[in-house]
Design a protein around this ligand. Structure first.
Ligand code: GLC
Length: 669
């Protein structure tokens, strides 16, 4: 392995610029070249010369992985995608994306975990650990405040410091504990300075405060000026542009950058190459085993949003299966995170036919040519009239949700809403299977259907997973990792649509359920919501105080049903009285547990100081105010089953808003 001293200045500069769209420069064979490929949902084998993308295993979207609320499954997806990387000679997987789902409109929400920083961080850390435990590197992205696709190269994200530290940095902070090989700087400016050229972000915060010691790579074409990026401590510009090295030479001649800064970045690149080449490749699965894993993760990420009249699980009979996605489901959104699969996904009807051999399943895919849409739909309505139940496969799809564009609405298409409403007129037992990577406004039809099953963008195993839930082989155990608002008018950003120059995060901390719960606004389905085929009761809450800021919270979950099922118990904390704005509740711990039919299971969760602290921009540090905190345990953010309280009294010298606490020494009076 070469050292910096063996490289000429020109070579050291060349090392900071990619060789092509997916390789680092090998300096004419002096160094190994690293291969970097997307993405979180599988290996995207794109031939940049032809634009062709060879198929590979398509795993569930990260939004679906988050809906499993299982870090173990996030780790498993990381491990299995890493196996794909090893097969394809990929050194660094350009994933995971941990940007917060600030608005349901963001086109890339399917690629991100959650609206909540704690859930995002737990899942991202596990995913990175999974990938890197197999000797493959990762790229934690997109750093930072990359929460919309609208004019993403130029619209500047502007957030106050508390919001940055409490909402948009924590997932990165937590994920960095897994020591990702690289961090990817995002396209957007932050506070008017492009993230890839933003020294405050990359040097002061990412490296200085969050302690990242690896290589910062740019998002593709996110560098606008090479020497400015270097000065901000970005190391690797991707992909190369023909004048990239000349830009560095100009910056050096002009005194904007120094040779020492070039060497620092080159040292980090050499260390990265050493780490990659030194990593022991561990492959645990053969290609043929990976589809089943993708299906398993999808199964646990499917969320049963509504289930009335015993609609689900299906018990057989005369069932109509129809809708635009019944035959060809959208299993991922579009863009760099899309993985073409060569797995032939069966239609949902054929999966159900196989699972319910005694049933009469009538299939109507959305195969009508547009001109005959009405004729086609007419057949559906006619068949629906005499059927026992109707399953409609509707949703957004990769044409609607994807990179480089935001949605302008969160309703389904007119045709799909019409299909649901007219079918429901013919038959009261309609079950909607919903394919979407982010929230959908269902207000036009939710009251006309008996059940809604969110199958997300579930990867290539989406229809097997949906089948197993629909026929009751497995009880649904997914829960929403983002709020579903009643309508777009209700989202906190409704007031300030971006203007192409600045996207002001005026809602501050109040993102997602933090907004809806603090403002006591009704939502369609709350953060953390998901039904099962059994009921769970929560009992016997105990809170054990280990120190002023460390607690063990335990409780029983009882499965009162007749079948085994998994439950996701969530723990939220509320600062009952505070001298600063604080959200009504914040997720601080969770656990997904299997509880056998009729049994009870004791769950124990731990809280430390981070569960109670807020970022004080007056003190420029994390701070805990004395006082009472409520500990809420529930099945969702709006289904709180147990409440406890703790009184925290921090050392006197650390308290500042002490008007009602401080006992003035009597000698003053
Ligand atoms: C894309 C994406 C990024 C991806 C990169 C390489 O534009 O923003 O997530 O990893 O370019 O394809």
């Amino acid at each position: 392995m070469k050292t910096i001293k063996e490289l000429t200045l020109r070579e050291r500069m060349q090392l900071l610029i990619g060789k092509d769209f997916k390789h680092t420069d090998d300096l004419s064979g002096k160094l190994p070249s690293l291969k970097m490929v997307d993405g979180a949902h599988g290996v995207r084998k794109k031939d940049y010369a032809t634009g062709e993308i060879a198929p590979s295993v398509a795993f569930p979207s990260l939004s679906m992985v988050a809906s499993t609320w299982s870090p173990e499954l996030a780790r498993l997806q990381g491990e299995t995608v890493a196996d794909e990387c090893i097969d394809e000679g990929v050194d660094i997987l350009l994933a995971p994306g941990v940007n917060i789902k600030r608005s349901p409109l963001c086109g890339r929400n399917f690629e991100y975990f959650s609206e909540d920083p704690y859930l995002s961080g737990e899942m991202a850390k596990a995913y990175i650990e999974g990938v890197q435990s197999h000797g493959v590197g990762t790229s934690l992205k997109h750093f930072c405040l990359n929460n919309s696709e609208y004019d993403r190269n130029y619209q500047s994200s502007e957030a106050d410091k508390r919001t940055l530290y409490e909402i948009y940095l924590p997932a990165f902070r937590r994920a960095l504990e897994a020591e990702p090989y690289t961090v990817m700087a995002s396209y957007n400016p932050v506070g008017g300075i492009h993230a890839a050229e933003n020294r405050r972000l990359l040097a002061d915060i990412l490296r200085g405060e969050l302690g990242f010691r690896g290589v910062v790579i740019s998002d593709w074409f996110a560098v606008h000026c090479g020497w400015r990026s270097l000065r901000a401590t970005l190391d690797l510009r991707m992909p190369p542009l023909q004048y990239a090295r000349e830009e560095l030479e100009y910056g050096l001649r002009a005194g904007y950058i120094t040779e020492a800064e070039i060497d620092e970045a080159a040292e980090r690149m050499l260390a990265l190459i050493e780490r990659v080449k030194g990593a022991k490749k561990v492959r645990k699965t053969e290609k043929g085993e990976r589809h089943a894993i993708a299906a398993e993760i999808a199964r646990e990420g499917i969320v049963l949003l509504k289930n009335e009249g015993g609609a689900l699980p299906l018990a057989g009979g005369d069932i109509v299966v129809a809708g635009p996605f019944e035959m060809k489901p959208p299993y991922l959104g579009s863009g760099s995170a899309y993985i073409p699969t060569d797995y032939s996904i069966k239609s949902l009807a054929s999966e159900l036919k196989a699972a319910l051999p005694d049933s009469r399943i009538t299939e109507f895919g959305w195969a009508f040519p547009r001109s005959s849409k009405r004729v086609g739909a007419g057949y559906i309505y006619k068949a629906a009239y005499t059927a026992d139940k109707v399953v409609l496969c509707v949703g957004t799809g990769e044409g609607v949700e994807g990179e480089d564009k935001d949605r302008t609405d969160i309703r389904l298409s007119f045709e799909q809403e019409e299909l649901i409403l007219k079918t429901a007129k013919q038959n009261p037992h309609v079950i909607v299977v919903l394919y979407a990577g982010s929230a959908v406004d269902m207000s036009a039809w939710i009251d006309r259907v008996e059940a809604v099953l969110l199958v997300g963008f579930g990867g290539e195993g989406i229809h097997e997973a949906a089948r197993d839930i629909l026929v009751g082989r497995v009880a649904p155990s997914g829960k929403l990792a983002e709020s579903f608002p009643l309508s777009l008018a209700d989202i906190p950003q409704a007031a300030n649509a971006p203007n192409g120059f600045v996207d002001r995060y005026e809602e501050g901390l109040l993102v997602g359920y933090r907004y809806y719960d603090t403002k006591e606004k009704e939502v369609l389905f709350p953060f953390g919501h998901g039904l099962s085929y059994v009921d769970f009761s929560y009992e016997d809450l105990k809170i054990e105080k280990k120190s002023e800021t460390d607690y063990i919270v335990s409780f029983d979950i009882v499965n009162t049903g007749e079948r085994d099922a998994k439950e996701v118990a969530q723990l939220y904390v509320r600062d009952v009285f505070s001298y600063v704005t604080r959200p009504r509740r914040e997720l601080r711990a969770f656990a997904k547990v299997l509880v056998r039919a009729g049994e009870r299971r004791r769950v124990s969760l731990t809280l430390d100081a981070s569960a109670f602290a807020f970022y004080s921009d007056m003190l420029d540090e994390w701070h805990i105010e004395d006082g009472m905190f409520e500990i809420e345990v529930g099945a969702s953010s709006r289904d709180i089953r147990l409440v406890g309280r703790v009184e925290i009294t921090m050392p006197e010298g650390e308290q500042y808003t002490t008007v009602y606490h401080y006992q003035h020494p009597t000698e003053f009076f």
